[in-house]
Design a protein around this ligand. Structure first.
Ligand code: IMP
Length: 188
């Protein structure tokens, strides 16, 4: 039987889903969207947050799924906003971040993708180095208008190929290798 969906992306963030879908499509994995607000524990570890989120997601969706926890880490702010990126974006936003920074602008995005089904709970992480631009540039969601990946001059919001190089792409690529291998061994 031809399945229309291989697994679900559980999140309240439509932008993240659309990016993850395009990326996983390119690896031959069909991703459905299960929209849900997930419980987010307070922790300094993205991996712990992601694992708890995935277990909460599985209790709601009850199908093989992935969730993502991501964060922006700014070197000169000792890793802030890090695991609090979502809250910081909703409060001080990009303008607030730009106001906090002086000369040193190095930053990185980290993404953790966690897969959960009734037998497995597996996480895949990746980071992408870059810097914070002086001004907000381009139209994009979240921190896209202020994040410039290393070796580029444009922000994520200005780049056409974000999905070929992002932190999300790198974590999903690791996940896909594992997932496709797992499915192959189940088929035999
Ligand atoms: P969370 O994984 O939903 O907790 O995401 C943390 C926050 O980081 C999001 O609300 C966004 O503001 C931001 N964020 C994560 N990934 C990206 C991205 O690819 N572009 C822009 N902002 C991002």
């Amino acid at each position: 039987m031809h399945k229309s969906v291989d697994l679900f992306f559980v999140s309240s963030n439509n932008h993240k889903y659309l990016e993850a879908k395009e990326i996983l499509d390119s690896f031959g994995i069909k991703l459905g969207f299960f929209k849900s607000n997930l419980e987010e524990i307070q922790s300094n570890s993205l991996k712990d947050i992601a694992s708890k989120k995935a277990i909460d997601a599985f209790s709601k969706c009850k199908k093989p799924l992935i969730i993502e926890d991501a964060g922006l880490f700014i070197d000169s702010l000792y890793g802030f906003p890090g695991p609090y990126s979502s809250y910081v974006f909703k409060t001080i936003g990009n303008k607030g971040i730009l106001n906090l920074l002086k000369q040193k602008r190095k930053a990185k995005f980290i993404s953790i993708i966690t897969y959960c089904d009734k037998n497995f709970l597996e996480s895949f992480n990746s980071k992408l180095d870059g810097s914070i631009s002086k001004y907000s540039k381009g139209k994009g969601w979240g921190y896209d208008p202020i994040f410039v990946p290393k070796n580029f001059t444009k922000t994520f919001a200005e780049l056409k190929n974000k999905n070929e190089l992002s932190h999300r792409f790198k974590a999903l690529k690791k996940f896909s290798n594992w997932y496709l291998h797992k499915m192959e061994s189940y088929d035999q």
